[in-house]
Write a protein of this length. Structure first.
Length: 171
C-alpha cells in the first residue's frame, strides 16, 4: 500500500514491489495490484488493476535412485525400483529410465524396461518395475544395470543416476 505521486506534466510513474527470495520450492504466485482514490482532479482510466506473477526460481529437484543396489529373488515376479526427488518439487518434472544387461540376459532372466517417470508438483518419489523371469537353472546371482537420463522441467540428475539390480537365484 502506498501513494503514487505525479508531478505537473508527468504522464507516467512507476513503483517497486519488493519480492523476497527464498529457497522453498513452491508454485508460482500472484499479487493483485490496483489503483484507487485519485486526487487533485485526476481520473482513473480503464486499466485500474493488474496481476503481478512471481515465478518461483527454485530448482525442479535432483533425481537419483533411492539406493545404489536393489535385489530381488527371481521367483519374486518383479523388482520395484524407486527414484527420489530432493531439493525441489514445485513443478512437474520427468526423467527417462532404462535397463541393460550386465551378467543377466535380457528376455531370459528379465524383461528389459525403458520409459519415462513423471513427477507431479509436490511429488518426491516414483517407481518403475523390472519383470523377472524365473527359471529352473542352478546359477549364480545375476545383475542388471539401471540408468536415469534426460531429466526435464528444471530437474537435474543427482549423485546416484545409475544402480544395479541383482537377481537372486532361488534354485
Amino acid at each position: 500500500s502506498g501513494t503514487l505521486t505525479f508531478d505537473a506534466g508527468v504522464k507516467s510513474a512507476s513503483f517497486q514491489v519488493p519480492i523476497r527470495n527464498d529457497t522453498r520450492d513452491e508454485v508460482n504466485e500472484t499479487v493483485n495490484l490496483s489503483l484507487s482514490n485519485p486526487g487533485g482532479g485526476a481520473v482513473l482510466g480503464t486499466r485500474r488493476t493488474a496481476l503481478l506473477s512471481i515465478v518461483d526460481n527454485d530448482s525442479g529437484g535432483v533425481l537419483s535412485f533411492s539406493a545404489g543396489a536393489f535385489q530381488r529373488s527371481e521367483s519374486g515376479g518383479s523388482a520395484t525400483i524407486k527414484v527420489l526427488r530432493t531439493g525441489g518439487a514445485a513443478s512437474g518434472v520427468t526423467v527417462h529410465y532404462t535397463t541393460s544387461a550386465a551378467t543377466a540376459k535380457a528376455n531370459e532372466d528379465y524383461t528389459p524396461a525403458t520409459g519415462t517417470l513423471s513427477f507431479s508438483a509436490g511429488q518426491t518419489s516414483a517407481s518403475f518395475s523390472v519383470t523377472l523371469m524365473n527359471d529352473t537353472l542352478n546359477e549364480a546371482n545375476e545383475t542388471v544395470n539401471l540408468v536415469l537420463a534426460n531429466p526435464t522441467g528444471g530437474a537435474k540428475l543427482g549423485t546416484q543416476p545409475t544402480a544395479v539390480l541383482t537377481i537372486l537365484d532361488d534354485e
